[in-house]
Design a protein around this ligand. Structure first.
Ligand code: CKU
Length: 596
């Protein structure tokens, strides 16, 4: 069971008990927790909410910017009758890595701050007494784990994070923690893919279990009526007069998988599912054989006080704001989000470009000051072997976790890496091949390319099923008085792309201008709301000039926190909404354009 990434549910065979709440917490700057056996109980703990980033809860910079090991502890009881079950602890995410102890026994560990993991604790847990759960977490960055960055030592001996990326290195237990009681013989994974034929749909499924008994699979419509059934660990559900999951018009069935020993049910897993296809045909992106133009946002999991923790109310507000702009899509820049985001997108008919946390793979990038770097990334092939390993593993975990969401229409396998060295192609080919093997639906694969990945120099765009560009003409270059030049240069680049890759869709995954929600200026200048509007109009002119441009995801949905620096005013201000989710002027422009 340990490796099942299925979302926790509860039914007659499965129990999930929330461990969210106020935990104990202790920073470990001297790295002495292991030697002092903190696994048996923290020595001098304070309280800490779970889920939350610890970063913005404190009033000192020392705590906010803490980098190194930090520990969590809580207690839980296991019902007496649970000992015939698999007893599992499941973390939605711990950023960036964790070692888990139950009653002092190490029960598992995980690398990667944005994906779930679970640990089986049967051997460590005791009946009739409180069980101690301790997590040793760590938020250091390195050049060979993702997201990429460095860890420096300050003059007073403290560690500090130097991210190679433009978002705050929030850390903590960011998503819910569950105690799961699961049947010993259980369903561990399943996948679906779809074929449409006339009015009917054929749902091919595959189920994995950890035992030998077979499964029965059924599909129920929204009224709870049986729509199709089949038996066996792989098979096909024939759905007559299928209701399709459509963009911004979602129809969800419920798939139910039952594991049986004769007449006895051993386990059941059920989840909402949507029937839809995704294809690329020439320069078009097709959902259910119909072209769709992507309209929406690059986002972040980011909110005041919460940091990067998942919160249902913030997610609800974000969906309401996105719907108000008439958007239909977002990219989970720059990491896989909490699973609940995908559930909500499934319900709302939103399309997701799901991104692996592969950000910062550049020898240098002007916008973030990171000091000297050891690696030159793909210019020095051997240094990337370890990176490739973690990159592939996290892509695999993301695909395994998210593959069944109808909202997920593409995998973004990188954000703005160096793509001009010849080895970059070899490196990313491996990642793209692995992603294809792992996805039962063979969804389009892509990655976001920045300016130095130009039509003449980029070695990697051919790997993409549609090409994603991040461009900042009129902001980082040719801004303000040079805006007309910006447009001209941008047009020239797009003409070149049209020649280089004439038969493939392009989607803009970033374009944006920092804008202070407080500032108006007539005539507009950089940082004012008027300038953001003018900048967007320039982009619309370019987008509307090329048929192969099939989507626009503006950077960013909302203002978000970054490391401190001279080009960030208390964070990145490229939001179309402020950080507290109120519209800037440009939001009305998008609402009008996307509503046409
Ligand atoms: C965004 C060179 C462009 C990098 N791109 C990545 C994204 O994470 C940043 O926030 C640009 C920006 O606002 O600079």
């Amino acid at each position: 069971m340990e490796n099942s990434l299925l979302y926790p549910i509860s039914n007659c065979y499965r129990v999930r008990i929330s461990l969210d709440g106020l935990w104990k917490f202790q920073f470990d700057p001297e790295h002495k927790g292991l030697a002092e056996n903190w696994k048996d109980g923290l020595k001098n703990p304070i309280s800490m909410p779970v889920p939350a980033s610890f970063s913005d809860l404190f009033t000192t910079a020392r705590e906010r910017d803490y980098c190194g090991d930090f520990w969590y502890e809580t207690e839980f009881f296991v019902p007496e009758d649970a000992f015939s079950k698999d007893i599992v602890i499941r973390f939605g995410s711990v950023t960036h890595r964790a070692v888990v102890f139950c009653n002092g026994i190490e029960v598992g560990s995980h690398e990667g701050g944005f994906l779930p993991f679970s640990v089986k604790i049967n051997k460590a847990v005791v009946p009739g007494k409180p069980n101690r759960l301790v997590v040793k977490a760590n938020n250091e960055l390195s050049e060979t784990t993702i997201p990429c960055g460095r860890t420096i030592t300050l003059s007073d001996g403290r560690k500090a994070a130097k991210p190679f990326f433009d978002f705050f290195n929030y850390a903590g237990i960011h998503r819910s923690v569950w105690l799961l009681l699961l049947p010993q013989e259980s369903i561990t994974d399943y996948s679906v893919d779809f074929r449409l034929e006339g009015q009917d749909a054929f749902v091919n499924y595959q189920v994995k279990t950890n035992g030998a008994h077979p499964v029965e699979v059924a599909l129920y419509d929204q009224e709870g009526e049986l729509a199709a059934r089949a038996s066996g660990n792989c098979g096909t559900l024939h759905v007559r007069n299928a209701r399709l999951w459509k963009v911004r018009d979602a129809y969800l069935y419920r798939i139910s998988i039952v594991l049986k020993d004769g007449d006895q049910i051993l386990d059941e897993y059920s989840e909402k599912t949507g029937i839809r296809t995704v294809e690329i045909q020439g320069t078009k992106i097709l959902i259910n054989h119909e072209p769709v133009y992507l309209k929406g946002f690059g986002k972040h999991e980011d909110f005041d006080v919460l940091g990067r923790a998942f919160n249902w109310a913030v997610a609800k507000r974000d969906f309401e704001c996105m719907k108000w702009t008439n958007a239909n899509c977002f990219r989970t820049s720059h990491y896989p989000y909490a699973e609940e985001w995908y559930q909500m997108a499934d319900e709302e008919g939103f399309l997701i470009i799901d991104e692996v946390p592969a950000v910062g793979m550049q020898p240098s990038l002007g916008i973030v000051d990171t000091g000297p770097r050891k690696y030159k990334y793909f210019f020095e092939a051997p240094s990337t072997a370890e990176l490739l390993e973690v990159h592939k593993r996290q892509a695999a975990e993301m695909i395994c976790r998210d593959k069944n969401h109808p909202s997920v229409i593409a995998w973004s396998l990188f954000n703005e890496p160096e793509t001009i060295s010849s080895y970059s192609k070899a490196y990313f080919s491996e990642v793209f091949d692995a992603a294809k093997d792992l996805d039962p639906q063979k969804r389009p694969r892509t990655g976001a390319l920045e300016l130095t990945s130009s039509p003449d120099s980029c070695q990697c765009f051919q790997l993409c099923d549609f090409i994603c560009l991040n461009r900042y003409y009129g902001w980082y270059l040719f801004g303000g008085v040079e805006l007309e030049t910006a447009k001209q240069k941008f047009m020239e680049e797009m003409e070149k792309w049209g020649e280089k890759a004439p038969d493939i869709p392009f989607v803009f995954t970033e374009f944006g201008a920092d804008t202070l929600g407080s500032e108006h200026k007539l005539p507009g200048n950089m940082w004012s709301q008027e300038y953001q509007v003018k900048y967007m109009q320039l982009y619309f002119d370019v987008f509307d000039s090329f048929d192969f441009i099939q989507g626009e995801l503006v950077w960013n949905f909302a203002d978000f926190m970054t490391s401190e620096g001279i080009i960030r005013v208390n964070g990145n201000k490229k939001g179309i909404f402020t950080r507290d989710r109120q519209p800037k002027d440009a939001a009305y422009l998008f609402r009008e354009r996307w509503g046409r």
